[in-house]
Design a protein around this ligand. Structure first.
Ligand code: MN
Ligand code: MN
Length: 394
């Protein structure tokens, strides 16, 4: 007779689903302890959590890697995170010389460089061209239908791409190789005025990402354009931030980067012990990408419901329109993340500012609070707060 399988787990420091008040019970297994260690607030949710708020977080580590000679990509779309209907994200790496091929798509493309440098190209409907090198902290924006390419420079690169449709797929774009492969060769011959033999070696399917030589200096590839040039990039990290005691915020939208007509974003820094203040967004859903550190956020979804998520570098978070939320740095390193919106303007409503700008007695009567809180309310927004003496976990 087969030996009965022992599902019980053994591990040095096993976190158990037991709250301080004794609610809950041990989990003898089967279980994924590494996951439990990463998600303390999901294993033991705060007592304020309630109801059935859907999943609002997905890790790029749980996606399907597309590996190519020249780099890789992976995506988080509404297929991975069903609630994320407004935006989808792609994380891409290109080797030195690796090329994301010449292509275009129906969606807006907004990008943030996280590692290395890349050369991007684009040409618009009026023949205005753009060839530029971008580095860490830079972003680019390509309007729908504008053809473009990305190539890794000497050190290679990694970046985030955001598209304004939740069901986007980066494998389903209009690529130059795919079009050539699906056009009769006599038509190619007629279009370019060269013999059919000129197309003998064209690819038979889309390349998507491929390896090429590292291109020469920018000056060496300049194309004199009789129609002029048009800028599609912005140095977000180089912007002067809005600072408050817990960190900083850099906002980019169509007011300071005019081409970005359909995406608004903020690069947020939260120091250890700091917290992105309680707020919500009055214009659209928020799509988040965690760049460094660890944190937690609670979505307040009205009707007595709320759910807390632990987040870490490489995660995408999603906060539906109007849901109240915060992001707290729970670690010992600085938490950097991006907030991205399908909107031409960045907008948030601060709970503190709202309470400071309505009649004092009204707030006291709503919340049964006294002078201690009322005197602490600020009329100015502090996007990231940190109070002396406050330490996470106490
Ligand atoms: Mn693209
Ligand atoms: Mn927010």
């Amino acid at each position: 007779m087969a030996k009965p399988i022992n599902f019980k787990v053994t591990f040095d420091e096993v976190p158990e689903p037991i709250r301080q008040d004794g609610a809950g019970a041990t989990d003898p297994g089967p279980r994924d302890i590494l996951r439990a260690l990463e998600n303390p607030d999901m294993l033991v949710p705060p007592i304020t959590d309630a109801g059935t708020v859907p999943n609002l977080r997905f890790s790029f580590s749980d996606t399907n890697m597309i590996l190519k000679h020249g780099g890789w990509s992976r995506q988080i779309t509404s297929r991975e995170l069903p609630i994320a209907t407004t935006l989808a994200g792609v994380n891409m790496r290109l080797t030195p010389g690796g090329v994301r091929e010449l292509h275009w798509h129906k969606q807006v493309e907004w990008s943030f460089m996280t590692v290395g440098r890349a050369r991007i190209t684009a040409v618009d409907q009026n023949g205005l061209n753009f060839i530029a090198d971008v580095g860490v902290g830079d972003l680019w924006y390509f309007p729908p239908g504008i053809p473009h390419s990305i190539q890794g420079l000497e050190e290679g690169c990694e970046f985030l791409l955001v598209f304004d449709a939740g069901d986007f797929s980066d494998l389903d774009t209009f690529t130059i190789t795919d079009w050539f492969a699906h056009t009769p060769k006599e038509v190619l011959s007629a279009n370019f005025g060269v013999p059919i033999s000129a197309f003998e070696d064209i690819p038979t399917q889309q390349k998507y990402i491929f390896q090429a030589e590292v291109p020469g200096p920018l000056e060496s590839v300049a194309i004199p354009d009789p129609f002029g040039t048009r800028n599609f990039t912005h140095n977000l990290l180089g912007q002067t931030p809005i600072t408050s005691p817990g960190g900083s915020v850099r906002i980019v939208d169509s007011t300071n980067f005019p081409v970005s007509e359909q995406i608004a974003a903020a690069l947020v820094e939260i120091v250890p012990g700091g917290m992105r203040e309680l707020h919500w967004h009055p214009n659209n859903d928020e799509w988040q990408y965690v760049l460094t550190g660890t944190g937690r956020m609670t979505a307040f979804a009205a009707d007595g419901t709320a759910r807390t998520f632990d987040i870490r570098a490489g995660d995408v978070g999603y906060m539906p329109f109007c849901y109240g939320h915060y992001i707290q740095n729970t670690g010992t390193e600085t938490l950097w993340y991006l907030e991205v919106f399908k909107s031409n303007r960045y907008a948030d409503i601060s709970l503190t500012q709202w309470m400071a700008l309505v009649p004092d007695q009204l707030v006291r009567d709503n919340l049964n609070v006294g002078s201690e809180l009322m005197n602490a309310l600020r009329k100015e927004k502090w996007p990231v707060v940190r109070f002396p003496g406050y330490t996470y976990g106490t």
